[in-house]
Design a protein around this ligand. Structure first.
Ligand SMILES: [Zn+2]
Length: 310
C-alpha cells in the first residue's frame, strides 16, 4: 500500500485487538480499572470530547464516564501499547445536555476526521467503536427468534438466551472504482454531492459476488460502461454506518456513457489533466474532487498523479 492510502481517514489503527481477552471478564475488569485506561465516549451517534485548554482529548479515564450519563454498553477495542482502550455508550439524550457545557464538545465522527481534531492514532479506533456501537443499536433483538439479545464478548458478539443463537457484528463491503480508458477516467456525481463535485462510482458488493464482478456490474449499471481488467488498490473503513470501501482501478472497454438517473445525476469521462485540476481545486468550471480523507480522492490521485493503470 503506498502512502496515499495508508494516511486516509480511519485506515491507521494501532490497537492490538487482543481477541483472546474478550471472554475473560476478570481480566477486562482489571484493565478497565487501570489508571491509564482510556475510554471513547459516545452519546448515540455523537462523540464526546474533553476540552483541555486549547486542546481536545478523546479518551476519558474510566471513572469519569459515569458523570456524563448512564453507560449502556462497554466495548473492549484493544491495547494501544500497554494502554487498554474501551468505548462506552451513554444515552443519546446526553448529547444535547453536554453540548451546552464549556468543558466538552459533542461532535460526529466524520467531522473529527475531516478537521483532524484527534491524534491520527485515535481516528481508526474511533471508526472501530462507531461501527460496532451502531451494530449493537440496530441489533437489539435476535434475528432467529425475535427475543431480546444481549452484549457478549466485550462487545464483539450478541447472544440470544431464548434460542442460544450467536450474532456477530457485520461490515458491509462497498466497491469504489475508477474506470479508465487511455487518458480518460469515468467519474459521476449524485445529486446529494456538493455542487461541482465528481467522484468514483461505487456500490455495495452483493452476496455471491467477487470484488471484480461487483466493480464490473456497478460500472455497467450506473454508467453503461463495460470493464475488463480490475486491479485492487486499497481499502478504507468507512463507519457510516459500517462499510469497508474497496478501492479499485478498472479498464473501461467503451467510453460512451449511459447514465442511470436513479443513481447518478451525471457521469462522464474526464482527461487526466482535468482530474489534476479538480484535485488542485483549480478546474476552470469549478469542478471538484472529493475531500482528501476519502479513498475516492486517493484513487483519483493514484491514477492522475502517480500514473496507476488497471
Ligand atoms: Zn433467539
Amino acid at each position: 500500500m503506498n502512502d496515499r492510502f495508508s494516511k486516509l481517514g480511519y485506515v491507521m489503527n494501532p490497537l492490538n485487538r487482543r481477541a483472546d481477552l474478550r471472554d475473560q471478564a476478570d481480566a477486562l475488569k482489571n484493565l478497565r480499572a487501570q489508571k491509564h485506561a482510556g475510554v471513547l465516549v459516545f452519546a448515540g451517534d455523537q462523540s464526546i470530547l474533553k476540552r483541555e485548554g486549547e486542546a481536545l482529548e478523546g479518551l476519558f479515564a474510566s471513572h469519569e464516564v459515569s458523570a456524563l450519563g448512564t453507560v449502556h454498553a462497554t466495548l473492549f477495542l484493544g491495547l494501544h501499547g500497554e494502554r487498554p482502550i474501551f468505548a462506552e455508550e451513554i444515552e443519546a439524550e446526553a448529547a444535547e445536555r453536554l453540548s451546552t457545557r464549556d468543558d466538552f464538545i459533542v461532535i460526529d465522527t466524520r467531522s473529527i476526521a475531516v478537521q483532524g481534531l484527534l491524534p491520527e492514532a485515535l481516528i481508526g479506533p474511533l471508526a472501530e467503536a462507531k461501527a460496532l456501537l451502531h451494530w449493537h443499536r440496530k441489533h437489539q433483538f435476535c434475528a432467529a427468534c425475535g427475543a431480546p439479545s444481549r452484549v457478549s464478548s466485550a462487545g464483539w458478539k450478541r447472544v440470544c438466551d431464548a434460542c442460544t443463537a450467536e450474532h456477530f457484528p457485520r461490515t458491509d463491503p462497498v466497491v469504489i472504482m475508477l474506470a479508465i480508458k487511455g487518458d480518460k477516467c469515468l467519474l459521476g456525481r449524485q445529486s446529494r454531492f456538493l455542487p461541482g463535485m465528481y467522484s468514483c462510482l461505487a456500490g455495495f458488493l452483493e452476496p455471491g459476488e467477487t470484488i471484480e464482478a461487483a466493480v464490473r456490474r456497478e460500472t455497467l449499471e450506473e454508467a453503461g460502461v463495460r470493464t475488463g481488467a480490475v486491479r485492487y488498490l486499497a481499502s478504507q473503513p468507512w463507519p457510516f454506518p459500517a462499510s469497508l470501501m474497496i478501492g479499485c482501478l478498472a479498464e473501461a472497454l467503451n467510453d460512451d456513457v449511459t447514465i442511470d438517473h436513479t443513481e447518478l445525476e451525471d457521469a462522464r469521462f474526464f482527461t487526466r489533466d482535468e482530474v489534476r485540476l479538480m484535485l488542485e481545486g483549480t478546474h476552470p468550471e469549478g469542478l471538484l474532487a472529493p475531500q482528501p480523507m476519502a479513498i475516492a480522492n486517493a484513487i483519483m490521485k493514484s491514477w492522475a498523479l502517480d500514473g496507476g493503470e488497471a
